[in-house]
Design a protein around this ligand. Structure first.
Ligand SMILES: C[S@@+](CC[C@H](N)C(=O)[O-])C[C@H]1O[C@@H](n2cnc3c(N)ncnc32)[C@H](O)[C@@H]1O
Length: 253
């Protein structure tokens, strides 16, 4: 099954509105490896954390917790489906629900996933704050999306994810962090991103657009991320990957 619903919180322009990311939908994928130096390890770690069985990590999740049906996966801010594709590889047959406010980004996700998923695919055009489906889910995952909310709403989203997980479920967030402590370390995080992107051929025009996107990012440091997960009620919390700004945090119920 493939379906699209439009939630009441869908906005259509400006920072945080659907049109904000839709303006980059067609070139989005081509820039990702330039902007994320540890691309494969980063998405791979998120998929691994999503797929291991709590208590028995040599095994991969084969079916949903409790009911024994398909694994139910929710991707928050799914965009063009880059994280979803990694999840599909790790969790074949999963029932996928993608939520994003940018229809153009989701259209790319549909194209990407059409040939790859053998499970159900549900697409929700909606807002992370107001349109989260009730669940329950076995896996709630997100990449590079939650930092678009203000910090209080990021923490609320962690709590909302916890509420929607089945027992034995996991929340995984592949996020961009703010450096802890003094400004020089944050400056270094940014400088090494620029060096990597320019070495790969990032043009000045593309960089200008990237600065526009970065202008609305609300990164927080790792310590805060882990505290939010604890406060949301996750029993086990970890940072399973980190390379400077790029980190994957996970919370198990
Ligand atoms: C940088 S992209 C990441 C997309 C994808 N997860 C990936 O790993 O490439 C951020 C996505 O979050 C979505 N987003 C940002 N704020 C949102 C909100 N409040 N509600 C729904 N989606 C949001 C954007 O539309 C965009 O598609």
């Amino acid at each position: 099954m493939t379906s699209t619903t439009t939630g009441p919180g869908n906005r259509d322009q400006g920072p945080g509105g659907g049109a904000w990311f839709d303006r980059w939908a067609t070139q989005y994928d081509s820039e990702r490896r330039l902007l994320i130096s540890p691309f494969d390890a980063y998405y791979g770690a998120a998929a691994e954390a999503a797929s291991i069985v709590p208590g028995n990590p040599k095994q991969r999740r084969q079916h949903g917790v409790g009911e024994g049906g398909a694994i139910r996966v929710l991707d928050l801010g799914a965009g063009t489906g880059l994280l979803t594709a990694a999840l599909v590889e790790a969790l074949p047959g999963a029932h996928l629900t993608l939520l994003d406010e940018a229809e153009g980004m989701l259209a790319q996700a549909r194209d990407r996933l059409a040939a790859r998923t053998d499970g159900a695919l549900e697409v929700i055009v909606g807002d992370l704050l107001t349109d989260l489906p009730d669940g329950p889910f076995d896996v709630i995952a997100s990449a590079l999306a939650i930092h678009h909310l203000d910090p209080a709403d990021q923490a609320r989203t962690y709590a909302a994810a916890r509420e929607r997980l089945a027992p034995g479920g996991v929340f995984v967030n592949a996020e961009q962090l703010h450096a802890p402590g003094p400004q020089w370390l944050e400056d270094h995080y940014k400088e090494r991103e620029l060096v990597h992107a320019r070495a790969g051929g990032f043009t000045p025009e593309a960089e200008e657009q990237a600065w526009l996107r970065w202008s609305v990012d609300q990164h927080v440091d790792l310590e805060t991320q882990l505290r939010w997960l604890h406060e949301a009620g996750f029993g086990l919390v970890d940072c399973v990957f980190k390379s400077w700004r790029f980190a994957v945090v996970a919370g198990w119920t």
